[in-house]
Each structure stands twice: as structure tokens, then as C-alpha cells.
Design a protein around this ligand. Structure first.
Ligand code: NAP
Ligand code: MG
Length: 477
């Protein structure tokens, strides 16, 4: 049975959305030197939200020089305790501004307001709180002697968790004593730019964090700039490989957080209803735009029918539509390009002979939307079982024995995440030790904590973000 709800739209009147935004260089918003701009859209309505300055090579250079000067004259001279105070202030101001930032995140990227409000923004604040606590403890921790900062770091982030990815990058870099130039994704620059207003409000010294907007060319100019000592990139494996080459050629330190095709495993002794909720969280959270999504579901044969029956019923109850409606479970796909890519994969899956099941929900006529979808009768050789789709599309495969599922799960170029559902703790531990994945969830999925290191194996990248491990890439030890 499907309940009808009254629409419950989030209020947007408190959001100070500007018509245009500059680049944030040396503590001020400034136009690009050649005056070039681009537009960011609301993917749920296809309307333009704002014009944003586009950083060309000369703007990248200005930003790196501002960060270098801030490093030399201010930030590298502060004690860890003083740096920590600034980072705590950022965290607290983020909490105070949470409502505005949540609405902006939802408007600019299409994610449901309840996720922006309950996940993205609180986790971003937690990240700053967590690393603020590290700033004055670096010389006591087990780094093998007092560690040194590196200098100016260049960071490039994707569009799926715009503010959260900015926090993952900026917080440890500042705690470790570096200064930052960061490039947000082209489709979602707004929350990073509003974060800059918070930097102004808390009097963060000028130039310590600089935000430059633009496209892939801007990102490429940033990472190859000779002033950048360390590169941190989150995005696709394809671009990550190019970045690794450039960074190595210029002898820069580099960490890469790339794509994934997470194995989500349900053993026959699992609590099936909870496991199906875990599957929903694993693949339909944030429209499936999640690097660690559980996009390959392995179900032990004896419970396959029960899982499919429950999952078919459950996707009918997911509410797809206006991201600003507090009832919405699945918002808009981030861009037209991404929607086309997802739809291509759905056609590929059908052509490959897999059986498609989709929610019968009605999609809005404007904006970029995709109904929750899953495929059964999938074989490990199918492209939909091997390639990252980055949308609300799940591939379901079966297995009989534990050995078989370990082999199938590891049979992937990626190695970012996995999840295991079983009543037996000993089985979960034994299997998890043999899975090639950086993050493994035990009877849950897609849970994040700033104290827990996150990162991949194989083509999912290298280096860790979060936890004490997340400080290493920003320190010379
Ligand atoms: P993407 O195309 O690789 O873009 C990521 C960022 O790099 C964007 O800011 C992009 O700018 C920029 N960029 C593009 N080409 C570049 C180049 N040649 N040099 C330097 N920068 C360049 O990835 P995406 O489609 O935005 O993001 C989705 C991918 O990110 C997925 O594969 C997902 O799995 C991965 N991801 C991984 C993690 C993790 O922690 N492992 C977390 C989130 C997402 P534009 O926006 O202008 O293209
Ligand atoms: Mg946008």
C-alpha cells in the first residue's frame, strides 16, 4: 500500500543566494581576470541559479601565490593550538549556518533536503571539529617525531557531496599546517563559496584557503602549478589516472579517492528486512551518486526470492521528486550528462539480457530524474556488474558458498567499499578479512565518521581520508 503525503517543502526565504559569485582569493571575492563566467543550474528545475567566475590559468596562479604568502607569513608561524582555534570556529559557524547550507546544497546539486540537512552538513561540521582537535597534538602523536607541514596543497573535488568533500579536504590540510587552493566541481560550486563567507566571518587569515571555480581545465592548471606541493583529488578513476601521471612527473605528493563498485553481500542467515533497508541505503542514498555505493548486490541463493520480493515492494514506496520536499527520498540526478549516462547503462543492461525492475513512480516532467531501478539475472561479465554507473541502479547477482562470493566480490578493478549481512559475527569478520575493500560495513551500509579512515584499493585510489591516517598525506614525517 502506498500512502499519499501532502508536500512539505523546505522554506528557502532564509537563503542568501546571490545572482553571481566571484573566486575566493586572498580572503576576498574577486572576478576572474578575463571576466569569464559560467552558470550553475538547479538540476531539479533546469533553472539557472547563479553566474560563477571561471578561473583561468592566471587566476589559478594568483590563488596559489596567495596561499604561499599566507603559508610563509602567517599559517606556518602559528602554533597548533592557534590553528585549532580557527578550525573550531569554522566548525561552529558551519553548525550555525546549517539550514542555509543544506538548502543551497539541495538546490545546486539535486539531493533531497533531508539528506543535505541530516547527513552532508552535520558531517562536514564534524570533520572540522575532529581535525581541530588534532592540530595541537601532532608533536605528541606517533608520527615518529614532530611532523612538518608541506606548504600549499591543491585539491580537486566532485559534485556528489560538495560541501562534505570540501570539509574532508580542507580540515586535515589546515590542521596539519598547510594552506589550500581548492576547486569544486563545475555543477556544484555554491556551498564551497558560501563556506568562504564563513571564513571571512571567523577572520580566518587571508589566503589560508582559496576557492577557484571552473571545469576540468581549471583543475588541471591547479594540480600542475609549480607552487603546489601536494595534490588531493576525489573523482573518477579516468581523471585520477591522468592526475597521478602529472603529479608524479612534477614530483608532487598525491592522494586519490576514485570510483567504486561496492560488493554488498547478503548471507542466508541475515535479517532479511533489515538487509533490504541496508540495500536501499546502499544504492538509492544520494541518487546512487556515491563512490562507495553498494552497487553490486550478492544474495545467497536460498534467500534470493525473498530479497527480490521485498526490494520490489520497497522501491515502490520510495518518493522521487522535488529535492526540497522533506518527504523526498530520491532527488534529482546531478546533471543532464549524468542522467544520459545512467540511462545508457540501463539500456546496456537490458541489451545484455538482464531483467530490469523499476519503480512505477511518476517522474517530474522538468528536471533530471531517474526512477529507482535494479537488475536481476545479472552475470559477473555484464558491464552493469563491472562498471560504475553512479546512479540509482543496482545489479543483483547470486551465490551459493562463502568461497564463491569472496571470489566474485574481489573480481573487480575497484576496491573501495563492501557490506556484509549475516547473523554470525565470526563469519562477517572472516569474510571481511579477505575482501579487497578499504571500507567494510558489518550489517549496515553507508555510515561515515570523521574518526574512521576512508579510502580505496586497486583502481579506487590510494591514501586515506578521515582519522589519524587522514593527516599523514598532509605531513612530512
Ligand atoms: P570527475 O569527472 O573525475 O571530476 C572530479 C573533479 O575533477 C571535478 O572538479 C572536475 O571538474 C575535475 N576535473 C575533471 N577533469 C580534470 C583534469 N583533467 N584535471 C584536473 N581536474 C579535473 O568525477 P565526477 O564525475 O565529478 O565525480 C564522480 C566520480 O567521483 C565517481 O567516479 C566517484 O566514484 C568518484 N568519487 C570518489 C570518492 C572517494 O572518496 N573515493 C568520493 C566521491 C566521488 P568538473 O566538475 O568541471 O568536470
Ligand atoms: Mg548546480
Amino acid at each position: 500500500m502506498r500512502f499519499e503525503y501532502e508536500a512539505a517543502p523546505e522554506d528557502t526565504t532564509h537563503v542568501n543566494l546571490q545572482d553571481s559569485y566571484g573566486l575566493f582569493i586572498n580572503g576576498e571575492f574577486t572576478s576572474a581576470q578575463d571576466g569569464k563566467t559560467f552558470q550553475t543550474l538547479n538540476p531539479a528545475t533546469e533553472e539557472v541559479l547563479a553566474d560563477v567566475a571561471y578561473a583561468a590559468e592566471s587566476d589559478v596562479d594568483r590563488a596559489v601565490k596567495a596561499a604561499q604568502s599566507a603559508y610563509d607569513t602567517v599559517w606556518s608561524k602559528l602554533t597548533g593550538k592557534e590553528r585549532g582555534k580557527y578550525i573550531y570556529r569554522i566548525a561552529r559557524r558551519l553548525q550555525e549556518k546549517a539550514r542555509e547550507l543544506a538548502v543551497l546544497e539541495s538546490l545546486d546539486g539535486g539531493k533531497p533536503i533531508k539528506e543535505a540537512r541530516d547527513v552532508d552538513i552535520p558531517l562536514a561540521a564534524n570533520h572540522f571539529f575532529y581535525y581541530a582537535g588534532w592540530a595541537d597534538k601532532l608533536s605528541y602523536a606517533t608520527f615518529g617525531g614532530p611532523p612538518k607541514s608541506l606548504g600549499v596543497v591543491g585539491q580537486v573535488i566532485p559534485w556528489n557531496f560538495p560541501l562534505l568533500m570540501a570539509a574532508w579536504k580542507i580540515a586535515p590540510a589546515l590542521a596539519a599546517g598547510n594552506t589550500v587552493v581548492l576547486k569544486p566541481a563545475e555543477t556544484t560550486p555554491l556551498t564551497a563559496l558560501h563556506l568562504c563567507k564563513l571564513f571571512q566571518e571567523i577572520d580566518l587569515p587571508k589566503g589560508v584557503v582559496n576557492i577557484i571555480c571552473g571545469d576540468g581545465a581549471t583543475g588541471a592548471n591547479l594540480i600542475k602549478h609549480p607552487g603546489i606541493k601536494k595534490v588531493a583529488f576525489t573523482g573518477s578513476t579516468k581523471v585520477g589516472k591522468q592526475i597521478a601521471q602529472i603529479a608524479h612527473a612534477h614530483q608532487k605528493a598525491v592522494t586519490l579517492e576514485l570510483g567504486g563498485k561496492g560488493a554488498h553481500i547478503i548471507f542466508e542467515d541475515a535479517a532479511i528486512n533489515q538487509a533490504v533497508e541496508g540495500v536501499v541505503r546502499g544504492i538509492y542514498f544520494n541518487q546512487g551518486h556515491v563512490c562507495c555505493a553498494g552497487s553490486r548486490l550478492f544474495v545467497q541463493e536460498r534467500v534470493m526470492d525473498a530479497v527480490i520480493e521485498r526490494l520490489s515492494r520497497r522501491i515502490e514506496t520510495l518518493r522521487v521528486g522535488n529535492p526540497l520536499d522533506k518527504n523526498t527520498d530520491i532527488g534529482a540526478i546531478n546533471s543532464k550528462m549524468q542522467l544520459d549516462k545512467i540511462n545508457d547503462y540501463i539500456s546496456i543492461g537490458i541489451d545484455e539480457g538482464a531483467k530490469v525492475r523499476r519503480s512505477s513512480c511518476k517522474l517530474p516532467t522538468r528536471g533530471y530524474f531517474c526512477a529507482p531501478t535494479f537488475f536481476t539475472d545479472v552475470s559477473p561479465a555484464h558491464r552493469i556488474a563491472r562498471e560504475e554507473i553512479f546512479g540509482p541502479v543496482l545489479s543483483v547477482l547470486s551465490f551459493r558458498t562463502t568461497e564463491e562470493v569472496i571470489q566474485k566480490a574481489n573480481n573487480s578493478p575497484y576496491g573501495l567499499s563492501a557490506g556484509i549481512w549475516s547473523e554470525k559475527g565470526s563469519k562477517v569478520l572472516a569474510v571481511s578479512q579477505r575482501l579487497e575493500a578499504g571500507i567494510i560495513w558489518d550489517n549496515t551500509f553507508n555510515q561515515f565518521d570523521p574518526a574512521a579512515p576512508f579510502g580505496g584499493y586497486k583502481e579506487s585510489g590510494f591514501g586515506r581520508e578521515g582519522g589519524m591516517q587522514g593527516l599523514y598525506p598532509y605531513l612530512s614525517v
